[in-house]
Design a protein around this ligand. Structure first.
Ligand code: PA5
Length: 447
């Protein structure tokens, strides 16, 4: 089974002629992407990554993961944005629903906590309590090596590690994923002798899940990173070589842009499995940071269903009509539960006796899809065969490729993120960072 795209439920919103007319533009965007002649063309390393990655480093990632599994009860993954979301998406999708709380016998691998993705002192203090006196290691991930949130968290946990193990042993428990040559983190890693992994120059944060950025934490969780790469490679093959008529990723890019041109400026990614929550977070960053610029773009939102049908469901069904919905349909769940018959049908559920929970979940999905469609919200479907590494690798690449194409179609550079700098400048000025004195004065006057 493969990851596939199906927009048959949205046919009433899209005329065949519209698809015919956008095909040329899509082919043009693909040509621009693959010939590397478009904006941001020095950030296209992700295109061939699934077949063209550093095999020596890949083996080192597996070895480091084994070492962490053998000497640590806890792994801290310190990173933010693209240096965090992909790893979390994969670990939460591929491993146990209650990964950190289930018994060690079931989990078999270290607990994994994500930190450095906020500036909350409560979060960090509570995490220190969770670690307690247990053995732990750190994977500090920052391409630039200078991002404030992870750098602050790293200071705190590095100190803890040194107090516990001494400087020499602590250095052996720190794994740095960063630029190959530059940045504060690279300098620190060289100085202190941390094992280092590389974020390639030509791969931006939100496209980096299949580099060491994602792969080391994913491997520590016990997921199979070889299969993840194989899934991505299989999807890459289809994205690059299938003609438009049978190219699902190109169709997804086409349809969402047709809908945007009709005023559907919000895309809601919907899932019916809680394990997909962080895949949606990863997807939000991928599309939001790639397309939201030059006053353009589709605003990416996400809902977890059926949970949010009891909250956001009202708005989707009946609020302002500016959205379309893309449903990730996990075709085969990993586990199955059947509803049993009860002698006295007090809760009135005997009509479901013998039915599987997934049958009920899928019925909710289909019913919602029709209701939202009737409510003027076009529904697109991405079919995800299984909760496994191959499927997820395919899904990651499917979205990345569609994102590159979609960005070019929109007429933006999908591979930069100038907008994320503004808050940083203000924050540095308010913190009194040397070099920001003038901005500080101006900002203080406004507060
Ligand atoms: O996609 C991006 O470029 C950002 O989200 C970055 O990944 C994020 O800001 C973290 O940057 P860095 O890895 O340099 O610490």
């Amino acid at each position: 089974a493969k990851v596939t795209f199906d927009y048959s439920a949205a046919k009433s919103f899209i005329a065949d002629t519209e698809i015919e007319m956008i095909e040329k533009a899509i082919e043009g965007a693909k040509e621009t992407l693959l010939s590397k002649t478009g904006a941001g063309n020095d950030f296209l390393g992700w295109i061939d990554l699934p077949v063209n990655y550093d095999k020596e480093e890949f083996a080192r990632i597996k070895d480091a993961a084994k070492k962490i599994q053998s000497d640590s009860e806890v792994l801290l993954v310190i990173g933010i944005g693209g240096s965090y979301l992909g790893a979390r998406a994969a670990v939460e999708f591929l491993r146990h629903s209650f990964y950190n709380s289930v018994s060690k016998e079931i989990r078999k691998t270290p607990e994994i906590y994500y930190v450095g993705n906020n500036i909350s002192s409560t979060y960090i203090s509570n995490l220190i309590e969770v670690i307690g006196d247990r053995n732990f290691s750190i994977n500090i991930i920052s391409k630039s090596g200078t991002t404030t949130e992870p750098a602050i968290a790293f200071r705190v946990f590095k100190k803890l590690l040194i107090e516990k193990y001494g400087k020499g042993e602590a250095a052996k428990r720190i794994y740095a994923t960063t630029d190959k040559a530059k940045g504060a983190l690279k300098n620190l890693a060289t100085e202190e002798g941390y094992e280092s992994f590389v974020v390639p120059d030509d791969i931006g944060g939100r496209f980096s899940v299949l580099t060491a950025v994602g792969l080391l934490p994913i491997a520590v969780s016990g997921a199979d990173i070889t299969k993840l790469m194989e899934g991505a490679a299989a999807m890459r093959e289809r994205c690059l070589n299938q003609p438009f008529a049978t190219n699902d990723s190109l169709h997804y890019a086409a349809i969402r842009n047709i809908l945007l041109r009709k005023g559907k400026s919000i895309e809601i990614l919907a899932n019916y499995e809680p394990s997909l929550h962080y895949v949606s977070e990863w997807w939000k960053q991928l599309f939001g940071e790639s397309e939201g610029k030059d006053k353009k773009g589709i605003f990416p939102a996400a809902v977890d269903l059926t949970t949010d049908l009891h909250s956001m469901g009202q708005f989707i069904q009946d609020g302002q009509r500016t959205m379309f919905e893309t449903v990730i349909n996990l075709e085969t769940p990993s586990c199955e539960i059947y509803i049993e018959e009860e002698e006295v049908d007090l809760d009135g559920l005997n009509y479901l006796a013998g039915k599987s929970m997934d049958f009920i979940n899928k019925s909710a999905m289909k019913g919602t899809l029709l209701a939202h469609t009737d409510g003027n919200v076009p529904n697109l479907i991405v079919n995800l065969p299984e909760q496994n590494e191959e499927s997820l690798g395919e899904l990651f690449y499917f979205f990345e490729f569609a994102c590159g194409i979609s960005g070019y179609l929109l007429g933006v550079n999908p591979f930069d993120q100038p907008g994320v700098e503004s808050y940083k400048k203000n924050m540095f000025a308010l913190l009194g960072k040397p070099g920001f004195e003038k901005q500080r004065e101006e900002l203080l006057k406004r507060l």
